[in-house]
Design a protein around this ligand. Structure first.
Ligand SMILES: [Cu+2]
Length: 66
């Protein structure tokens, strides 16, 4: 299934890579697409993602799901 979230705090390609890497840590996630300007992150996932865990990992890296 395709899911999308909006992430606040990304300002450059490094951030895009970091957020992409965090999402890729979750089993079954593929095709992460990030629009830096809007903060929109779209990805495919085979399993339901643990949103709390994702939010925590992003928070630890300095980003926030809005
Ligand atoms: Cu950055």
């Amino acid at each position: 299934m395709q899911e999308s979230i909006t992430v606040k705090g990304m300002s450059c390609q490094h951030c895009v890579k970091a957020v992409s890497a965090i999402l890729s840590e979750f089993a079954g996630v593929s095709e992460v697409t990030i629009d830096l300007a809007s903060g929109k992150v779209t990805f495919n996932t085979e399993f339901a993602i643990d949103r709390q865990k994702l939010a925590q990992k992003l928070d630890d890296a300095g980003y926030e799901i809005t």
